[in-house]
Design a protein around this ligand. Structure first.
Ligand code: ZN
Length: 190
């Protein structure tokens, strides 16, 4: 499948419509700059590093790249995969203020919940990588990425089992992974 600028733009538009999400350039957001500053002050990460990540708050996805324009860090495939990953987070946060507040409290204060949320979202990376390249990512490689979210050894093991199940299911055509990740994948070729 050919992924070009128009494909990336239309895909994001259509997924944002489906999941009621909004897109904003991260560099233009005052709130994101303030968050970067706070993270740097608290010693969590540098503002520069934070500015390079995609961040979803509520139903707004702040992207550090120009949609449809490839860069060294963000090629077009990566921009597509990130869309599915962030839509999983939008779904996890739910539709009400209350559910969103609960999601962020859990995400920020509980390593266990944060790992669970990221494990499901990285399931999208797993599914898309296979669809776009035909290559299975190694479950332990992708579970290892969760380390930067503070996951424990037990969480990592759980994630390896989760991705291994996705891995087996991919070949068998089963319904696997998070429903939002599957929806995004099913509509990749629309
Ligand atoms: Zn994530």
């Amino acid at each position: 499948m050919k992924i070009d600028r128009i494909k990336v733009i239309n895909y994001w538009k259509s997924m944002c419509r489906k999941f009621n999400a909004k897109l904003q350039p991260k560099s233009k957001s005052r709130m994101m700059r303030a968050m970067g500053w706070m993270l740097e002050r608290s010693g969590s990460m540098t503002a520069k590093k934070f500015a390079r990540y995609t961040t979803t708050i509520g139903r707004t996805v702040y992207i550090p790249f120009t949609l449809g324009t490839p860069s060294d860090e963000w090629d077009l495939e990566h921009q597509i995969i990130t869309c599915a990953h962030e839509m999983v987070h939008v779904t996890q946060a739910g539709k009400t203020r209350r559910s969103r507040a609960r999601f962020y409290i859990r995400y920020l204060t509980s390593k266990k919940w944060r790992t669970k949320y990221e494990m499901e979202a990285y399931g999208a990376n797993f599914l898309f990588h296979y669809r776009l390249t035909g290559v299975f990512l190694s479950p332990s490689y992708i579970a290892g990425l969760l380390k930067s979210y503070g996951c424990s050894k037990a969480d990592k093991k759980r994630a390896i089992r989760y991705y291994a199940r996705i891995n087996q299911g991919l070949g068998a055509g089963n319904k696997i992974g998070h429903p939002t990740a599957r929806y995004c994948l099913d509509h990749l070729e629309d």
